[in-house]
Design a protein around this ligand. Structure first.
Ligand SMILES: [Zn+2]
Ligand SMILES: [Zn+2]
Length: 264
């Protein structure tokens, strides 16, 4: 067991370490003097856009032009009204996949910066306490990695995030009976239709722990919801009563982008 130093000793040691090995914000390059989250200054972290009401009650995306105006009611977007997701009731995202949050997710996943699971987990914990019916969930289910990928990475980022978020859910326990039964390619390297084919049939549930349960699936980023939908389908096949999804970040299209508004 590691010796427990008094707090002033570890503060002093951290300051000395910071003097010799200065650390800088990964977003703006500003020198960091506290070890707060170790990678981003408070300004970059706080100004990375969060998702606020009103957002779509199904896919979680903020309604363009209205977000941040503090409207109390959420409602489905046109896309979800037209094509509802058959397996997922609701998708929630705490932040937009932009700025410091995007950089933090990438450092966690692709550069093994495990420590970032804490501030990222805090984002979903805060969001859950604000926006979700936290009493209603029986199971918190991390999106699994294939065992080979997890061995190479050393951890599953969704499990780390799920552990951080768990205290928000008084009745729920962490459940890992959902497995990735075949290796898949990294979704971010693929285009829309390829993403769905890549994850189709990639997940299965072992045992009957999810039978009749209300499950909240935890993921780092939701883009086209291909992975989340496949996970939810596997959970539903195994008897889960309902599946919602909570992600740290949602890839939200820019409403002003020309490919969204179409040609003039
Ligand atoms: Zn910064
Ligand atoms: Zn929607």
């Amino acid at each position: 067991m590691r010796a427990q130093w008094p707090e002033w000793v570890s503060d002093w040691a951290a300051s000395v370490k910071n003097l010799i090995f200065p650390i800088f914000c990964k977003e703006c390059g500003e020198r960091l003097f506290s070890e707060e989250n170790g990678y981003f200054c408070a300004h970059c972290w706080e100004s990375s856009p969060r998702i606020e009401r009103p957002f779509c009650i199904c896919c979680g995306k903020p309604h363009p032009g209205l977000a941040g105006f503090g409207m109390p009611g959420n409602y489905p977007c046109a896309e979800c009204r037209e094509k509802p997701n058959r397996h997922i009731r609701r998708i929630y995202g705490a932040a937009r996949y932009e700025g410091a949050v995007e950089a933090a997710v990438k450092l966690l996943k692709f550069a093994g910066r495990e420590r970032l699971a804490k501030p990222l987990g805090a984002l979903i914990l805060d969001f859950a306490q604000r926006e979700l019916d936290v009493e209603s969930y029986d199971l918190i289910v991390p999106v699994p990695l294939h065992k080979v990928r997890e061995r190479d990475r050393g951890f599953n980022q969704s499990r780390l995030l799920a552990r951080e978020a768990l205290p928000a859910f008084p009745r729920a326990r962490l459940d890992e009976s959902l497995r990735r039964i075949r290796p898949t390619r990294t979704q971010s390297k693929l285009k829309g239709p390829e993403r769905h084919a890549n994850v189709r049939g990639a997940f299965a549930v072992s045992g009957d722990a999810v039978q009749g349960k209300t499950a909240l699936l935890i993921d780092d980023v939701v883009t086209t919801a291909g992975t989340a939908t496949e996970c939810a389908a596997a959970l539903r096949r195994a008897g889960a009563a309902l599946v919602d999804v909570l992600a740290v970040a949602l890839a939200v299209p820019d409403p002003d982008a020309p490919w969204i508004s179409g040609p003039p």
